[in-house]
Write a protein that binds this ligand. Structure first.
Ligand SMILES: Cc1cc2nc3c(=O)[nH]c(=O)nc-3n(C[C@H](O)[C@H](O)[C@H](O)COP(=O)(O)OP(=O)(O)OC[C@H]3O[C@@H](n4cnc5c(N)ncnc54)[C@H](O)[C@@H]3O)c2cc1C
Length: 487
């Protein structure tokens, strides 16, 4: 419901037709400030600079005209009510700020809503789920659930499915400013759409995630040094043969090439969610790959929170001046595909290292190969219900990390080229999946198209129902937008 201040704001916008977009943005910021005193930050204030600096990669640290830091879901409602009165003003929605695509969770011309303060975490009294504010960090979530002997992490995904499959409900602020709950019974179409449909429907403030009792897991991590990677490739290829599938085994293999050092290295990090079954499992083969240069994590049993914590907090101190591009693909692991991709990757990396500007930008090229989740009903990702990608497919994340912003355009072009060439290999092997994982996808990739026409049509129907004026298509431009998808 609009209150008196909002009515005044409406009058003000009518009178402001002659203002440039800058004028409109300033008015929107001023109106937000009067509606939500103490929650609006301007450039050069401590809160503004802290928010901008907290994006993990330098390329995402855009400078909006003002930042709104809601303290509670009701503040988000008010913010949406104000911002929709200024249809020419773009706004961005940010929770963790970990998506590295420029402008996905920030804007340099408009308002950014930084949801970091919505970080409450509470386990349900029956210990079956945890309610999470969207600004919460996983460290806080693990600290809370593990106190109660509970868990849940992507290491279980080959058995249990995607993280979104474990969501019980979402609280979401719609374009009309209402705060509703979407779950399997109520607003069920929106509930499904939010499992994969990204920021096309509203602003999520909280969600409830299933948790379960879990003892220790087995985990290990080792580096294999400056070798061709062929032995690692062989081991991964055997691991992914369907007859070897183990739903309790999770693999993350990383190939990296540091251009300025001319150094290739490889590592495997793995987890087994049934420690009593680790010995004799397919994962053990990774401990036998030689030469091992470093055992980063000796094989051990510990909690999910312990293993997740080893990755670091991934705050900006992790990459203070680094820029990053990423893209991703998914494919079936044939006997030859990883060998071909490894060959291409090495050739590509060496070519980049011949460019002095890339070397001096400290470019590192990564390939990250990860197990993929099982298919569960109820999401929008478009997998056929009886498909089993987890048995023989891998997710490939391609990343470029470097520290000179002036290389952004050139390196975006290079990563797109490598991605296209990997895609060609996967197509030639008849192994390419149309699915592209949204969390790792480059901004030029066709993520929503990858869900398939049927799924996209459903998503569009839901968007039209819950956001009939298309606020989350027109005013929130960052992210993968349904309005950009045409079959
Ligand atoms: C170092 C690093 C490690 C990573 N590791 C993993 C990993 O192991 N597994 C994995 O799956 N991903 C991983 N990622 C990717 C990361 O999880 C995704 O990019 C994810 O989208 C980030 O979530 P976020 O809350 O930070 O989103 P943000 O960056 O804040 O936003 C991402 C998108 O979601 C939208 N959005 C954000 N909040 C809301 C909201 N409340 N309501 C509606 N829309 C919203 C934004 O508008 C934006 O388009 C990693 C990223 C980094 C940088």
């Amino acid at each position: 419901m609009c209150n008196a201040r909002l009515a005044l704001a409406l009058l003000a916008t009518c009178a402001a037709d002659s203002f440039s977009n800058y004028g409109e943005i300033d008015q929107a910021c001023t109106m937000l400030e009067s509606e939500l005193p103490g929650c609006v930050y301007y450039p050069n204030s401590t809160a503004f600079e802290q928010s901008v600096a907290s994006y993990i990669y330098a390329g995402s640290r855009l400078r909006p005209n003002c930042i709104l830091g809601p303290k509670q879901a009701e503040d988000v409602q008010k913010a949406v009510q104000v911002l929709t009165q200024y249809p020419s003003v773009e706004f961005a929605v940010r929770s963790g700020g970990h998506n590295i695509n420029k402008g996905f969770a920030n804007t340099d011309l408009g308002v950014t809503i930084d949801l970091a303060a919505l970080d409450d975490v509470e386990v349900s009294s029956d210990k079956s789920y945890v309610s999470i504010g969207v600004g919460a960090r996983w460290g806080k979530v693990y600290a809370t659930v593990e106190q109660q002997g509970l868990s849940g992490i992507s290491y279980y995904s080959p058995e249990r499915g995607w993280a979104c499959d474990s969501v019980k409900s979402f609280d979401i602020v719609l374009a009309n400013g209402s705060l509703i709950n979407a779950n399997a019974q109520s607003n069920a179409d929106l509930f499904r759409a939010l499992k994969g449909g990204s920021n096309n429907f509203g602003i999520v403030t909280h969600f409830e995630l299933d948790v379960f009792e879990q003892g220790p897991l087995t985990g290990g991590s080792m580096d294999y040094g400056n070798v061709t990677g062929e032995q690692v490739v062989n081991t991964i290829t055997s691991f992914k043969q369907p007859q070897m599938f183990d739903k309790h085994a999770m693999l993350i293999a990383i190939f990296s090439y540091q251009a300025h050092k001319h150094l290739f290295s490889h590592s495997a990090t793995f987890f087994h969610t049934r420690p009593e079954k680790y010995f004799g499992s397919t994962l053990e083969a990774f401990t036998r790959v030689e030469p091992q240069t470093n055992v980063t994590l000796p094989v051990m049993n510990n909690t999910a929170g312990f293993f997740a914590g080893l990755s670091g907090s991934y705050d900006p101190s992790y990459a203070p001046n680094n820029f990053m591009h990423w893209t991703c693909l998914q494919f079936r692991v044939t006997k030859t595909i990883l060998h071909k991709i490894n060959g291409l990757y090495r050739e590509h990396s060496l070519r980049l290292a011949n460019v002095p500007a890339y070397r001096s930008a400290n470019l590192t090229v990564f390939l990250v190969l990860q197990s993929v989740p099982a298919t569960r009903p109820g999401n929008s990702l478009g997998f056929e219900p009886d498909s089993h990608p987890e048995k023989d497919q891998l997710n490939l994340l391609i990343m470029y990390q470097y520290d000179e912003g002036r290389m952004e355009v050139a390196l975006q072009r290079e990563i797109n080229r490598l991605t296209k060439e990997v895609e060609d290999i996967a197509r030639e092997e008849r192994a390419l999946s149309q699915f592209i994982y949204l969390n790792y996808a480059g901004s030029d990739q066709k993520v929503l198209e990858g869900y398939g026409k049927k799924s996209v049509e459903k998503l569009k129907r839901v968007a039209a129902e819950y956001d009939p004026d298309g606020v989350f298509q027109k005013q929130v431009r960052g992210g993968f937008k349904l309005s950009d998808v045409h079959f």
